[in-house]
Write a protein that binds this ligand. Structure first.
Ligand code: IVH
Length: 670
């Protein structure tokens, strides 16, 4: 074949495979068999292998996931992705409708009602029809570049089709939601449990977690879906209403949920709400409400936005789902920090489409307050991303046969006495070497957001602890193949893989490392703040409570806790051991030669597109320092809306002042 023939064949195959994927994943109406699809795919792969220069990143062969990334690049957008205000009742929506009518000076508004998908908002960028970049919403203005991961989402087209009677837009920002279908979620969790990995709490968490994998191959293995519902900036499309916009998106081959309704005035919108609410559990995806949007694009422009929410749309939320079931038993679980948590075992019940068999009772006080007894009928609720909880006991259904649960005075795992810390509601196991603590700690240490040791599942962690092979975290890095081969049901291959995963985990970040240590109250966000502030773990050995309090979001109590942890000799030894064994936590990156290197910047007034905190972080990442007051030493003042005395002072001193758009442009320079 001549080079141009190869090129032509590649284009043909790309088009055919793209159409097949669209038919299968978007229209749900396949146009070829799986076998046919495979044949074409293999032909394309072979041609691309022979002519790598003709392989495009938007080729259907590229969905398998490329090489893992070190971190996600930040994406700063000019037009922020907005979030929605919520309403919870008829009255609140009526008020909203009225405000909109008043502002527009009309008697009735035409609305489009859509489901509010419970996933993760993303933006896809297409240039001349090619998918070139995709990012998470982040804080609206600054998101994370997850292009490689989005490419693996099967119903996201890598190449757009021309709309009827028009051309493929030169530039297009598509906004929508990445989510996991309920059935895929159930399958995914089943696989995880079989692999000894903790199940995801809900589809939203699993979608978010999957999209934020640094290794796109992991994302590719997750069953993610996408729905498009808005357009950001664009060149080359014209539409006057939101309905037309959705129609266009569909013609471009983007997946648009067909289940949306145009409704006029309050009564019709209310009727759609009632219908959506009644059907919510039958939908194949999770929803937490209905989004109501003004149809007319002209009206939208006139309505505008307040800070980060549009005046032309609102989320009409659904009430949380509650169901009735019976408490079959109450048990106490011992967590990583030794905390004893009472857990109710429930007769299985479907709550919002998910079967619930357990609910947390948080702690002894909560258990007493709600007076939950074994045998009680109760209401259970799942709201947002929380673990199911018992709302209240249905007292009218008591028979007298219910049993009050006696809270144990000794740890159910190691029998050591339990005690309540000063001023605490939680009871904790006092056992120094309680296996429950060890095992739960180890799971935490190895978990994905911590040291990310693949293969260290719940079962294995339990075995390593109970066999005495791992007593401290440092022991993980002393494990040998011979030792691992003595673990029941752990084959040589898995043992090898585990050792490799352990080795890989040594190259970590300070933030993960600090989180992994399992210091009480130190979650991912605090770990990040500590890493940014201290940059070296040994610096924490000498940090005072006072200094710790100055770290973002660290209160006095937490500061004391962190201080005590790092001043404890055994803990210091643990950290030193880990470092000596090769664990190498890297401090957060500072952008080298960033636009603000060596500059002192003052922020004043209100920024519309990011919080002041976010702006500060962005400046610091680019090498700058943010100060609270303007002086001759100030290099730059960023003046948002309603800037006052600081702006005046800057002008008096002749300090350079920029407005928000100019500031955003500077951020984009890196
Ligand atoms: S429109 C201003 N449409 O809800 C326009 N959003 O708080 C905002 N969401 O971050 C986007 N379903 O993640 C829109 N049909 C839908 C949606 C939807 C879910 C989410 C989205 C956004 C959040 C707004």
């Amino acid at each position: 074949m001549s080079a141009s023939d190869v090129k032509r064949r590649i284009d043909e195959l790309t088009e055919e495979l793209t159409r097949a994927e669209h038919a299968y994943y978007v229209l749900d109406a396949p146009i070829m068999s799986d076998a046919q699809y495979d044949v074409l795919m293999r032909e394309l792969q072979a041609l691309e292998e022979a002519h790598p220069e003709l392989r495009s990143p938007s080729s259907p062969t590229q969905r398998v996931g490329g090489a893992p990334a070190e971190k996600f690049e930040k994406v700063v957008r000019k037009l922020p992705m907005l979030s929605l205000a919520n309403v919870f009742s008829d009255e609140e929506f009526r008020d909203f409708d009225e405000r909109v009518r008043k502002q527009l000076g009309v008697d009735e508004v035409t609305w489009v009602c859509e489901h509010k998908f419970d996933g993760l908002a993303v933006e896809l960028i297409y240039e001349s029809g090619r998918f070139v970049r995709g990012a998470t919403r982040g804080d609206g203005t600054v998101g994370e570049d997850v292009t490689a991961n989005l490419r693996t989402v099967r119903n996201i087209p890598l190449q757009l089709a021309a709309p009827e009677g028009g051309e493929v837009p030169r530039y297009l920002e598509v906004r929508g939601e990445v989510f996991i279908q309920k059935s895929d979620f159930a399958k995914l969790n089943q696989q995880r449990e079989e692999a000894g990995e903790p199940p995801f709490v809900n589809p939203r968490n699993s979608a978010a977690g999957s999209l934020r994998q640094l290794d796109p191959r992991l994302t590719a293995a997750r069953p993610l879906s996408f729905f498009a519902y808005e357009i950001g900036q664009q060149e080359g499309l014209t539409f006057e209403t939101h309905s037309q916009k959705l129609e266009l998106l569909e013609q471009l081959r983007l997946p648009v949920n067909p289940d949306h309704v145009v409704a006029r005035g309050f009564d019709q919108v209310k009727a759609v709400y009632v219908d959506f609410l009644a059907r919510r559990h039958e939908l194949p995806y999770e929803v937490d409400g209905m989004v109501v949007k003004v149809d007319s694009e002209d009206f939208r422009r006139r309505l505008g936005q307040v800070s980060k929410t549009p005046r032309w749309a609102v989320a009409w939320k659904f009430p949380p789902v509650e169901e009735e079931t019976r408490v079959e038993n109450i048990e106490v679980q011992v967590g990583r920090t030794g905390a004893l948590t009472p857990v109710a075992h429930l007769a299985p019940v479907k709550v919002g489409g998910v079967t619930v068999t357990r609910a947390t009772l948080h702690n002894e006080d909560e258990l007493r307050r709600k007076d939950v007894r074994i045998g009680d009928w109760v209401f259970v609720r799942r709201a947002g991303d929380v673990i199911p909880e018992i709302v209240k006991v249905i007292e009218t259904r008591r028979t007298g046969q219910e049993r009050v649960f006696e809270f144990p005075t000794t740890c159910p795992v190691c029998n050591a006495p339990v005690a309540r810390g000063e001023g605490e509601v939680v009871l904790r196991c006092t056992g120094k070497s309680c296996p429950a603590k060890g095992q739960a700690n180890l799971r935490h240490f190895a978990s994905r957001p911590a040291m990310d040791i693949d293969g260290m599942g719940e079962k294995l962690a339990a075995q390593l602890v109970s066999m005495g092979l791992v007593k401290t975290y440092a022991d993980i890095y002393r494990l040998t193949l011979d030792q691992l081969l003595t673990v029941e049901r752990l084959g040589e291959k898995s043992a090898q893989n585990l050792l490799e995963a352990i080795e890989r985990s040594k190259h970590t970040t300070l933030r993960r490392f600090l989180y992994a240590l399992g210091i009480r109250h130190v979650g991912e966000a605090t770990a990040k703040a500590l890493a940014e502030h201290f940059r070296d773990v040994r610096r924490l050995f000498t940090a005072t409570v006072d200094e710790l309090t100055r770290v973002k979001d660290v209160g006095p109590e937490m500061a004391q806790e962190i201080h005590d942890w790092f001043h404890n000799e055994a803990n210091q030894r643990l950290v030193e051991d880990l470092l000596a064994l090769g664990v190498d936590p890297k401090p957060p990156e500072e952008v080298q030669g960033g636009v603000f290197t060596g500059k002192t910047v003052v922020l004043t007034g209100t920024l519309s597109q990011m919080t002041r905190e976010a702006a500060k972080e962005e400046i610091e990442r680019r090498g700058g320092k943010v100060s609270g007051s303007v002086s001759r030493k100030t290099d730059l003042v960023v003046a948002g809306e309603d800037a006052g005395s600081k702006l005046k002072k800057a002008q008096e001193l002749g300090v350079k002042v920029v407005d928000e758009p100019a500031f955003l442009a500077m951020l984009q320079q890196g």
